[in-house]
Design a protein around this ligand. Structure first.
Ligand code: TPP
Ligand code: MG
Length: 337
């Protein structure tokens, strides 16, 4: 877990440097080696690491727009993920998805920029596991800002009535862009919502990877043993703005300071030391994580950019007229197929 968390944190520190290249002095979102938005998950690491520690490659994970720590913990190919973020041809989706739309079928991972969008596909994966009579499970991660989306609530209900092996993990960082949690809901403890759907709920109140690990062991174990879905809410903290370039004028300074103080990585490191893990072992883990990140970033930056002609490949099943000459458009065929 520590290695995953340090990898995720360092990965994002390096992405941040690469992202800012060429974007200043005036913030030009389209400039530089990583164009577009970038949502960093620094402060969320305990959630991805603690939950995914219980998962296998055949288990499905769906993640939201802040996905890097979860993708890393799920074992997504770091080089191809990085190439995707840099918009390169060898990226997971040939550079067309970017950082919010990472998809790695080898480890059954997907994420989306549409909040709560991962819940129905996770229910689908759970239903598939049930029908195929396997013991794989599905986990849908979402932010606390997405908990009133119909997709989430309907998914909770469907998973519950069908008794599906799905775990819903709400990462509560107290903010949905500039909207504080208390303006979103009067239900302070998200685990209470589970009662309304007849499934178990738990909340981990601290940025504590070991506590997340223990709560997730129960939730994932329950799903794997075919005892049905559950809801887990994890308190995390957003150490950065909502996205890179967010001036956070809406955020009280004390809130940001508090987020910086509650560092789950430092906490886990202290736990490891208290359990007799020596400095050398911790340094080795950290060095290995940093090397892996450097390798992935260097590799990605060397990868070719897609040819402009490839812009419409893999985008439309049936391309509109004039986009490519390979297939007739829906309009031309009348949409029969
Ligand atoms: C369906 C939908 N509505 C609105 C948005 C715009 N949007 C992007 S992120 C976000 C807030 C997300 O907050 P939260 O779920 O708490 O995740 P966090 O960013 O805090 O990790 C919103 C409203 C969206 N992406 N999808
Ligand atoms: Mg949030």
């Amino acid at each position: 877990m520590y290695e995953n968390m340090v990898t995720a944190r360092h990965y994002e520190e390096r992405l941040q440097e690469e992202y800012l290249e060429g974007k200043q002095p005036a913030f030009d979102i389209s400039a530089g080696p990583i164009p577009g938005e970038l949502h960093l998950a620094a402060g969320h690491e305990a959630s991805g690491a603690g939950v995914c520690q219980h998962l296998r490659d055949d288990d499905t994970v769906t993640a939201p727009h802040r996905p890097h720590h979860i993708a890393i913990a799920k074992g997504v190919d770091l080089k191809r993920m990085t190439a995707e973020i840099f918009g390169r041809e060898t990226g997971l989706s040939k550079g067309k998805g970017g950082h919010m739309h990472l998809f790695d079928p080898d480890v059954n991972f997907a994420c989306s920029g549409i909040i709560a969008e991962g819940c129905p596909p996770a229910v689908g994966a759970g239903l598939a596991a049930k029908k195929r009579n396997t013991d794989s499970v599905a986990v849908a991660f979402l932010g606390e800002g997405a908990i009133d989306q119909g997709a989430f609530l309907e998914s909770l209900n469907m998973a519950s009535v069908q008794n599906l092996p799905v775990v819903f993990v709400v990462e509560d960082n107290d903010w949905a862009i500039s909207m504080p949690k208390e303006r979103i809901t009067d239900v302070a403890n998200g685990a209470d919502r589970a009662d309304g759907f007849g499934l178990p709920g738990a909340r981990v109140d601290a940025d504590d990877a070991v506590a997340v690990y223990e709560a997730a062991r129960e939730a994932v174990g329950r799903a794997r043993d075919r005892n049905g879905p559950s809801l887990l809410e994890v308190q995390v903290h957003r150490r950065m703005g909502h996205f890179m370039g967010d001036p956070q004028e809406y955020r009280p300074a004390e809130d940001e300071e508090a987020a910086m103080e509650r560092d789950s990585i430092e906490r886990l490191e202290a736990d490891l030391r208290a359990h007799g893990i020596d400095d050398e072992t911790i340094d080795d883990l950290r060095d290995r994580a940093h090397e892996r990140v450097e390798e992935a970033i260097e590799w990605a930056k060397d990868q070719p950019k897609p040819e402009p002609e490839a812009a419409y490949d893999d985008v439309f099943v049936n391309p509109p007229s004039g986009v490519t000459d390979s297939e007739p458009s829906v309009a031309e065929t009348g949409g029969d197929d």
